[in-house]
Design a binder for this molecule. Structure first.
Ligand SMILES: Nc1ncnc2c1ncn2[C@@H]1O[C@H](COP(=O)(O)OP(=O)(O)OP(=O)(O)O)[C@@H](O)[C@H]1O
Length: 261
């Protein structure tokens, strides 16, 4: 597919009297790698769930993979989108093997080609597990994996359907420094792969932004503070507005860091 993967226009989500997100305009092109940054409760997960065709906005229009959300079949759309989040991880049984976790993502994809190529699924699942450093752990039970291994198994699963859009909700949350750095390295390699899908990664920490991510959206209280090419969006002013405190932002090499000013 060429061109735009996602376009939101005037998107808002209301629950009761409050707006979880509002006035969101956002375009993702196929080669983009976005990071969404913002404090707790800013609306990051809400935006990701709309992009995953799991949540319909109260207002506005969403064009997702050349389909209009609300007038197309979400069950055909969803397999075209890879989604990994802590909420999904919690649903995985402790006894599940990573191989089956990844393999079962293929069952969501329906159609004749799927039946014809079913024999290739296990090869693809094993190859994805290898890409994410899980080849020796494919047969272990999920409950025995470290936090970092669980995250990597989830991302391998999200990639199984060869998605056109990859959504990662806080993939580095709860990881120790070594596991975080390993994940950031792998995500950076993915970001550089020209065949990789358009990607959106949600995080609270600029230190977790993998090199070669191209765009950033900063959100606060359901609204966009800044969005665009990462070096234009991720300024001290914008980050300070986003977190409601004076922050210094530094770029050292291809990594970012921030602290109170
Ligand atoms: N069904 C709901 N009804 C009312 N409020 C909700 C509902 N779902 C989420 N919210 C609220 O909407 C706001 C945005 O939630 P969201 O999960 O999108 O934020 P977030 O930026 O991902 O936060 P975090 O960083 O803590 O994960 C939060 O204040 C949350 O409490």
């Amino acid at each position: 597919m060429h061109g735009q993967v996602l376009r939101m226009r005037g998107v808002g989500v209301r629950r009761g009297q409050s707006w979880l997100v509002r006035d969101i305009d956002w375009v993702i092109e196929e080669d983009d790698r976005w990071v969404i940054i913002g404090p707790n409760g800013a609306g990051k997960t809400t935006l990701l769930r709309i992009a995953a065709a799991q949540l319909f906005p109260t207002t506005g229009e969403v064009d997702l993979l050349e389909e209009r959300l609300g007038s197309s079949d979400v069950f055909e759309l969803r397999p075209r989108i890879g989604f990994a989040s802590a909420a999904l991880t919690e649903q995985i049984p402790e006894t599940e093997r990573p191989l089956d976790l990844v393999l079962s993502a293929a069952y969501a994809v329906v159609g004749r080609w799927r039946e014809e190529y079913a024999g290739m699924d296990e090869d693809r699942a094993r190859s994805l597990l290898r890409d994410w450093g899980m080849d020796t752990l494919a047969e272990r039970s999920f409950g025995t994996l470290s936090e970092g291994e669980r995250k990597r198994a989830q991302i391998a699963r999200a990639m199984m359907s060869d998605p056109e859009l990859l959504l990662l909700d806080e993939p580095a949350a709860g990881l120790d420094l070594g596991a975080r750095e390993e994940l950031v390295g792998r995500l950076s390699a993915l970001a550089q792969d020209i065949d990789a899908p358009a990607t959106v990664l949600v995080t609270h920490h600029v230190e977790e932004i993998p090199p070669h991510f191209t765009h950033a959206m900063l959100v606060r209280s359901g609204g966009v503070v800044a969005a665009g090419p990462i070096e234009e969006a991720l300024t001290p002013e914008h980050l300070s507005d986003t977190f409601g405190m004076r922050l210094k932002v530094e770029q050292v090499g291809d990594r970012w860091s921030a602290r109170a000013d």
